[in-house]
Ligand binder design. Structure first.
Ligand SMILES: [Mg+2]
Length: 318
């Protein structure tokens, strides 16, 4: 037990900013701001399932927190507190120091307090719970889209999957795209500032974790609308523009996931505002399609004909 405390102390203790009482007591004591809703999310990463045994601990620490902050971003929330439950095969000081560097650097950059956690011995797994705040009733949700709206994405879609294709040798990426794609895969940047700015503008939002078609499908399903994506408008890495129609590339862009960009809907008359916001934040925002009456997600080719996404291996995304 003392060894466990030592590890926690050494790597994860910080002076709490926004908590009444952080690590070191039986439980953390948090005081949410008045008139704000608490937004809570949790995510577990397991070795052999979500990452390989030789994964860089620093990148892993970053990503374990980033995926949770991305979920808060998709709700339009400001991240405030985080809890970390680590299951470790052994007390490896070097691994922990690198993991905590990745985790705490990202936490510090968003002024998020680590307020509690747990360490257990067992096969490596990382469970993070993140808490954030949003103005009461103002959270972005999946069920707010209406027919006749625009569908938008932030940044570039498919980069994480393209990095995987590159690592497998299926595609050759060159810098600067290669660097951007690898960074997206290993150290994704949660779109926290964007999510907060979309409150009051977007009608629905989700983060792209499972793949564009799948995640947009969640919005369509919960909002009872049909989303139509024009494939040619989906922003992708410059190196693959000329081969965007090839199957593996198309699959990476439409189905890859792990990008942690935001996909959202907004009424047409908010387009100006979104273009202005894009400039202010320095984050690309692209309208990729529209919503209409109906169900599910359809993808169209440049000439307007429907793209057979089932044939491209997307059956399970419907
Ligand atoms: Mg999500």
């Amino acid at each position: 037990v003392s060894r466990e405390f030592e590890l926690i102390e050494r790597h994860f203790t910080r002076e709490p900013r926004g908590a009444v009482l952080g690590v070191g007591d039986d439980a953390a004591l948090l005081r949410p701001s008045a008139d704000r809703d608490l937004v809570v999310t949790t995510d577990t990463l397991v070795e052999g399932v979500h990452f390989s045994a030789d994964a860089d601990p620093e990148a892993l620490g970053h990503k374990a927190l980033a995926v949770n902050l991305s979920d808060l971003a998709a709700m339009g929330a400001q991240p405030r507190w985080v809890l970390l439950a680590l299951t470790l095969p052994r007390a490896d000081d070097d691994w922990l120091s690198r993991f905590s560097r990745g985790f705490m650097t990202l936490a510090d950059s968003f002024e998020v307090d680590l307020v509690g956690g747990d360490t257990t011995r067992g096969p490596l797994s990382i469970c993070v719970t993140a808490l954030g705040e949003v103005d009461r009733g103002a959270a972005l949700r999946r069920d707010g889209a209406r027919a006749g709206e625009d569908v938008w994405v932030s940044g570039v879609i498919g980069n994480a999957a393209l990095a995987l294709l590159h690592l497998k040798g299926d595609v050759r990426l060159k810098d600067p795209d290669l660097g951007k794609c690898l960074a997206r895969l290993h150290t994704p940047k949660p779109r926290v500032a964007l999510g907060r700015c979309l409150v009051g503008i977007a009608s629905s939002a989700i983060d792209v974790s499972d793949g564009l078609v799948a995640d947009l499908g969640h919005i369509a399903g919960r909002s009872n609308v049909r989303a139509v994506v024009e494939y040619s408008r989906v922003p992708c890495a410059p190196s693959v523009v000329s081969i965007k129609g090839h199957d593996p590339i198309r699959r990476a862009i439409l189905g890859g996931g792990d990008d942690y960009e935001l996909c959202f809907t907004a009424p047409r008359d908010r387009a100006r505002e979104l273009e202005k916001l894009s400039g202010e934040l320095g984050v690309g925002l692209t309208c990729i399609g529209r919503t209409e009456e109906g169900h599910g997600v359809a993808v169209s080719n440049e000439d307007g004909t429907p793209m057979p996404i089932e044939a491209a291996g997307f059956d399970h995304f419907r």
